[in-house]
Write a protein that binds this ligand. Structure first.
Ligand SMILES: C[S@@+](CC[C@H](N)C(=O)[O-])C[C@H]1O[C@@H](n2cnc3c(N)ncnc32)[C@H](O)[C@@H]1O
Length: 307
């Protein structure tokens, strides 16, 4: 199965996928431009009222299979086609991060295994997959459905606090030690996890990711990044989320519920990568969340190598 993901996903489905994606973006941008001058929270509510049902529809458009969780679980990872998004991340990790079939992979904040299930046929028996999350139902589902079919895919629950996903968690993310030994992974990824974590937790997680990665190992993180371009797009009302609450190194979508959506200043994150011995593989893969018209995926993705 080696290399099978690239070619079936991002690349070979390109004509149909690109046309569909271009049409989706034209519609999305037209609607966001029309609503750009509405004040918040009217703008956000209007957009939610249209994009949420569309997202649910997209989530419904594929048949139930063994390794697809029920929709009430899938929407916890984000709206849209769960299987396709998982496969898109997997393709990106193979193509841009050099993920190999025999790699030892760590999925931090694995959720309901959206990326894990996309990789079950890519990793070979020499490869392994560890996932951990703070959300009990997610880990239970992965343990019950994925591990029995693919014993080299294992999942763990950790009781780390998160205001949205584990509000009663007992461990502060700023002090959590990943339950793995030094240098035990070739590839670590986090898909839409720093988007729900505050700076002290993110700083600690970057330290821990560096600790558990072997030298030369890769790390791929999807997040929302603040730079001049995304700020301009946010200011022009084209971005969703729009992160109105500015805390200099980071921005929040909702000040009262900080972990609902967090965006990070790109210079701040770059500095923390360097401090933890990472070299970012340039360019950062920019996303369309803020209304950008050149993009790879929804969120921005940083791929880095441990030096
Ligand atoms: C938007 S979901 C994404 C889930 C999964 N990565 C995916 O792409 O389908 C965010 C996930 O991050 C997890 N999470 C939040 N804070 C965490 C933390 N401090 N450590 C580990 N996981 C965390 C949540 O429980 C949730 O499953």
């Amino acid at each position: 199965m080696s290399g099978s993901l690239v070619g079936k996903g991002l690349e070979s489905s390109s004509t149909y996928a690109k046309v569909r994606m271009a049409a989706y973006h034209r519609l999305r941008n037209a609607w966001y431009e029309l609503t750009a001058n509405f004040p918040e929270p009217v703008r956000g509510s209007l957009r939610k009222a249209t994009t949420t049902p569309l997202g649910y529809l997209a989530s419904l458009t594929f048949r139930r299979r063994e390794l697809v969780p029920p929709i009430r679980f899938r929407v916890r990872a984000g709206l849209g086609n769960w299987t396709k998004v998982g496969k898109e991340f997997a393709d990106i990790f193979v193509k841009f991060g050099g993920l190999q079939p025999a790699d030892r992979v760590l999925d931090v904040g694995c959720g309901f295994g959206r990326v894990a299930t996309a990789l079950v046929n890519y990793l070979n028996p020499r490869g392994s997959y560890e996932g951990f999350d703070v959300f009990p139902e997610a880990v239970e589902w992965c343990r019950a459905r994925v591990t029995p079919l693919h014993p080299n895919f294992r999942f763990r629950l950790v009781d780390v606090h998160n205001g949205v996903y584990n509000p009663n968690g007992s461990v502060d993310p700023a002090h959590f030690a990943f339950p793995y030994s030094d240098g035990s992974f070739d590839f670590v990824h986090l898909t839409s996890v720093f988007t729900h974590m505050l700076p002290p937790g993110v700083e600690n997680y970057l330290r821990e990711i560096s600790r558990v990665l072997r030298t030369g190992g890769k790390c791929a993180i999807s997040c929302y990044l603040i730079n001049e371009e995304s700020v301009n797009l946010m200011n022009s009302g084209k971005s969703e989320p729009s992160f109105p609450s500015d805390h200099v190194r980071y921005r929040l979508q909702d000040r009262l519920h900080p972990e609902r959506a967090v965006a990070y200043d790109v210079a701040f994150l770059r500095d923390r990568y360097v401090r933890n011995g990472f070299k970012i593989i340039e360019p950062i893969l920019w996303g369309y969340w803020c209304g950008r018209d050149h993009f790879l995926s929804l969120q921005d993705i940083i791929i880095a190598e441990k030096g």
